[in-house]
Design a protein. Structure first.
Length: 256
């Protein structure tokens, strides 16, 4: 079992600033966790799928020495700038412009040549695709990630998931949000592992993250949208109180 050290992410203590530059539970602690679970090595080429404003890509470049291609197809809902423009500016602020390249593109249509990457990572992004394009759309994304990984390349999927329990009745209205309803987007670990396997990967490790609930609480306290709308995600999490919402990871390899 990999022992996870949060030494690197612990250096970044301004969580309000970090959460303003990413979007989802875990922030840099999540990236630290995923990098160690994947065995990310310096000098290797990493595809970050759904990089948002790119701060986690910058962290992985600076702290793990990865060469990161950071992709995101959307524009920022605050200022309308492409996410990748934020990523480029963040890379410059972090002093990692030479090792983070951002491109406005998404899965499944990345147009990268096959077998281009040593590692691929996607955190808190593909469940949104599932919400929009259903299970088939989700599978197409996984298959594209498989295609662009080198044989033997490693994929880390980190995703908001629900525990393998029935949805509590009183929580149902809170996870039926108008946009990206959690009850449609989130799955349990077993079904996610089945999807990753069906896409053609060999599973190396998969579980609910031990710190899942503390990542969600950190998100509720520091994410700017949560701070502005306490009746939305923070309320959902308060009602949930750890009964259903979680966060899981799958580490998988493209077979040789
Ligand atoms: C909730 S954010 C997560 C950002 C970050 N990875 C994290 O863990 O905090 C999800 C990001 O996925 C991006 N996204 C949406 N559809 C995508 C797709 N088809 N391919 C890649 N990224 C996508 C969105 O633009 C958004 O920036």
């Amino acid at each position: 079992m990999t022992h996870i050290s949060y030494e690197r992410s612990a250096r970044y203590t301004d969580l309000d600033s970090i959460y303003a530059q990413c979007s989802g539970p875990g922030g840099l602690r999540l990236s630290d966790f995923m990098a160690q679970k994947m065995g990310l090595q310096p000098g290797t080429r990493l595809l970050d799928v759904g990089c948002n404003r790119g701060v986690q890509s910058c962290f992985l470049a600076r702290e793990y020495g990865a060469q990161v291609i950071a992709i995101d197809p959307w524009d920022d809902r605050v200022d309308g700038d492409p996410m990748v423009e934020h990523a480029r500016r963040n890379a410059s602020d972090w002093g990692v412009s030479h090792s983070v390249l951002a491109q406005k593109i998404g899965v499944p249509d990345t147009h990268f040549a096959s077998a281009s990457f040593d590692f691929a990572l996607s955190t808190t992004a593909l469940e949104m695709v599932r919400g929009l394009d259903g299970e088939e759309g989700y599978l197409r994304c996984l298959q594209e990630i498989l295609r662009v990984l080198k044989p033997g390349g490693v994929f880390g999927l980190g995703e908001p998931m629900h525990l393998d329990v029935p949805l509590p009745e009183d929580l149902e209205p809170y996870v039926s949000q108008a946009e990206f309803p959690w009850k449609e987007c989130f799955r349990g670990i077993r079904s996610t592992v089945a999807d990753v396997r069906e896409a053609g990967f060999e599973i190396l490790d998969a579980a609910y993250a031990p710190d899942a609930w503390s990542w969600w609480q950190e998100y509720a306290r520091h994410d700017p949208f949560c701070k502005n709308a306490p009746d939305e995600d923070p309320r959902t999490l308060a009602v949930d109180n750890g009964r259903w919402t979680s966060f899981g990871y799958v580490i998988a390899r493209r077979p040789e």
